[in-house]
Design a protein around this ligand. Structure first.
Ligand code: ADP
Ligand code: ZN
Length: 749
């Protein structure tokens, strides 16, 4: 993290200037950069340091913030010329990282093979926390001050409004009084108003007993199990497994309440997109105030404020996306990972971590319980529950007593949609019936845009991304063709770039925008809601749309996977899956079947949550596929048995360990050559298989050619140690060459 010069100066102001003498003591400092070792710095006389505290140090030509570590890391024994030692400039007035967090960072680095500095950098991702807080000033009335001789109507209004004694920003008062800020300044000069610092907003304190919930018998048992896990002050992992609507949220709120009762903090992780106002509202209803939210859309200063409040313990419950796991909790006593199966918990750049798994690690380091909740738990968690590593708490059936929707397959080989259309007659009929009952329908297609492919009718040319192995996806709403891998985009062409034929370009296949177009034509009177991440600017707008749908202000909802997550649409009666086969075609991905099952189950499970007769239709070319068969029959156990047996036979996770290596370079030959070199240098090991290198399915991304290797090891093997030994054998990775190591990969593209 780099600081602007003026920031450094103000930091020095804050800490009383640069300390002069040097004590002769050394302290190990870890820098948040791509390095795996600490550096020793001299400690200035009189500067109190403790492990985890933040210091400003000279680092190369810059001054940067580092963390005091509690031991030296890296190559020991190399004596440093004492004259070359640099001195810590100052300690920052920021709460130190708890020592447990240092251990957690080391664990993540060791497991993911990421540089420790990069893990710590992730833990510091709230720049504003390290900058001095600029107090904000406002104005307030001076009690009993005489009015100035020259009063204008503007002045009178401002004085009148300020007479309630509240502190307001100048601009706020000016706005409320419909005057200029000059008028407010004049009143300050006249002594009627005075400038005062606006106190920092405090975080609400959730009350564990704000509300008591009456639980069903099954729920009550689950609540008892989770509460006693919190009371045990020991590490445990519980899989909370129950269909959507069974009351999992309601139940794990009690575990959060118990952690609060005991004076600790709690964090609830959600897939980013599920951070809806609905969830926050439910939390508020249960605990009397909103939780602290943590996600990528937060503004800088707010991030800083939250980061600090978590470190001081003022923020008691954080609800957040995966990165909320890395906040510096002062006293964390429990973690909930909701929708634990969600692939969004895996981060696929820089530090390749799986937040669900790291949450379990955090629990074991902190000796507290972790709750994994899902209606469709991951195979990994199922296996852990079966072998007794995780406790298994099951909530059978929906709380409302309503049945799960009946699912029907529409075999697209027999019942084809009309030419140029995407909805089969039976699905259209079902929507018509639902409309007649004034209930909602949801059409799901996990593909953004209008059409996944644009081709020339005359010469057959397909429009490709110039930088990636990918077709450009038409986004008709924005009138552009976009690459979903690199963001390249161009206006929809009116003639073929290759043969020059005019008006020859045609869209092939459907995306959600195209389905929306068909629906608008078929049901002109229906109110449509189109939910696709690229059409919605941010979380706030997204919350608004979701809110409208909940309030019944839409008849037909068309959406990508963002509709699958965590929403509760009370009027939703019908769910139609436009292309059930879409996720199954991902050849090399061992989780393709599992993911399709989860997605289809979650989406169809949105139907009929409040009343009895929810219905689901899945359009498919292979109704006999085991995943489809399981969804249609609702026989989850049969699906699990088969999937688990397959994983076991293939030594796939969780029965075996995988690591993916991706080599990339702008030049194909260099990428391929280095990938082969990497493969050649793999240390021999009897039980470890190295597959590849092979050109990646998406061979080029952003102009970089990609080659993949896959490492397969038995579960009991230390795959990290093997990889580390291997990486040490490699020639230097120089210039444009990149090698990324992904332990337990979720992406195989
Ligand atoms: P899940 O998280 O399993 O999808 P929820 O906790 O969201 O289930 O519960 C589904 C619905 O049932 C929600 O509207 C919730 O408020 C309601 N509900 C669940 N349990 C209870 C309960 N014990 N008392 C009242 N309402 C409940
Ligand atoms: Zn591209």
């Amino acid at each position: 993290m780099q600081l602007a010069a003026n920031t450094v100066e103000s930091l020095l102001d804050l800490t009383g200037g640069e300390a002069k003498g040097v004590s002769g003591e050394l302290a190990p400092v870890l820098m948040p950069v791509a390095l795996d070792q600490t550096y020793d710095y001299l400690v200035p006389e009189g500067l109190e340091l403790e492990p985890g505290c933040f210091v400003l140090v000279p680092f190369g030509p810059q001054q940067r913030i580092g963390v005091i570590w509690d031991k030296s890391l890296g190559e020991p024994g190399k004596p440093v010329d004492p004259r070359k030692l640099k001195t810590i400039i100052t300690r920052l007035d920021v709460p130190p990282l708890p020592v447990l967090t240092l251990r957690f960072a080391e664990w993540i680095a060791k497991y993911t093979l990421a540089d420790l500095g990069m893990v710590v950098r992730m833990m510091m991702s709230a720049q504003a926390a390290f900058e001095p807080v600029k107090p904000r000033f406002g104005v307030a009335a001076v009690p009993g001050a005489p009015l100035p001789p020259r009063m204008t109507p503007e002045r009178a209004r401002a004085v009148q409004i300020a007479s309630d004694g509240l502190i307001r920003a100048k601009s706020t008062l000016a706005m409320e009084a419909a005057c200029t800020s000059g008028v407010v300044d004049g009143l300050v000069k006249a002594g009627v108003l005075v400038e005062v610092a606006i106190p920092e907003k405090r975080f609400g304190q959730p009350q564990p007993r704000h509300m008591t919930v009456e639980f069903s018998d099954h729920q009550e048992q689950a609540v008892m199990a989770l509460r006693s896990a919190v009371d045990a002050d020991a590490f445990s992992t519980t899989l909370l497994d129950g269909v959507t609507g069974s009351g999992k949220t309601e139940v794990y709120f009690e575990a959060v309440a118990q952690a609060l009762e005991r004076g600790g903090q709690a964090v609830i992780l959600l897939p980013e997109i599920a951070l809806t106002s609905q969830f926050l509202g439910r939390f508020e209803k249960r605990f009397g105030c909103r939780p602290v939210e943590w996600h990528s859309a937060l503004a800088g200063p707010e991030r800083g404020r939250i980061w600090k409040a978590v470190a001081t313990g003022e923020a008691r419950v954080v609800v957040g996306a995966r990165s909320a796991l890395f906040l510096p909790y002062a006293d964390l006593r429990m973690i909930v990972v909701d929708e634990e199966h969600d692939a969004g918990y895996k981060q696929d750049d820089r530090v390749h971590y799986q937040a669900r798994d790291m949450a379990v690690v955090r629990g074991s380091l902190g000796k507290f319980p972790v709750v994994l909740a899902s209606a469709t738990p991951s195979i990994e968690s199922h296996v852990n529950a079966r072998t007794g590593r995780y406790r298994h708490v099951i909530l059978p059936g929906r709380f409302s007593g309503s049945e799960l929707p009946e699912i029907t397959a529409i075999d697209l080989r027999r019942e084809q949609p009309d030419k140029g259309r995407w909805l089969a007659p039976r699905l259209v009929e079902a929507i018509t019936e639902t409309m007649a009952k004034r209930q909602q329908s949801l059409l799901f297609l996990n593909r953004r845009g209008y059409a996944p492919l644009t081709l020339c009718r005359v010469c057959g040319e397909r429009v490709k991304c110039p930088q990636c192995t990918a077709w450009l996806v038409e986004h008709r709403f924005r009138k552009r063709l976009n690459c979903h891998h690199c963001g390249f985009s161009l206006p929809i062409p009116d003639k073929c770039q290759k043969c020059g034929a005019e008006g020859s370009m045609v869209a092939c296949g459907p995306g959600v925008e195209r389905v929306a177009e068909e629906v608008a034509e078929r049901f002109p009177e229906a109110r449509l809601a189109l939910l696709s991440s690229d059409l919605i600017p941010g979380l706030v707008e997204m919350r608004e749309i979701i809110h409208k749908i909940e309030a019944g202000e839409a008849d037909i909802i068309i959406g990508t996977q963002i509709v699958a997550k965590g929403h509760h649409f009370p009027d939703l009666q019908l769910v139609g899956i436009v292309d059930g086969d879409l996720g199954l075609a991902q050849g090399a991905d061992p989780r393709a079947g599992e993911r399709t099952f989860q997605l289809l189950h979650q989406v169809t499970g949105r139907a009929g949550r409040s009343f009895a007769e929810g219905r689901g239709f899945i359009q498919t070319h292979m109704p006999e596929h085991p995943v489809m068969a399981a969804i249609i029959s609702g026989d989850r156990e049969a699906f699990l048995e088969r999937e688990i047996a397959m994983r076991q036979m293939g030594n796939l996770p969780p029965y075996g360990r995988l690591a993916a290596l991706v080599v990339s370079h702008r030049e194909k030959e260099i990428a391929e050559g280095f990938a082969r070199e990497v493969a050649r240098r793999a240390p021999p090991a009897a039980r470890i298989e190295v597959l590849g290198p092979a050109e990646a399915p998406i061979a080029v991304v952003r102009g970089r050619h990609r080659w993949r290797l896959l490492v397969k090891a038995p579960r009991e093997q230390d795959i990290q140690a093997y990889l580390r030994a291997w990486m040490d054998e490699l020639p230097d990775i120089k210039g444009d060459l990149r090698l990324s190591v992904d332990i337990d990969p979720y992406s195989f593209l």
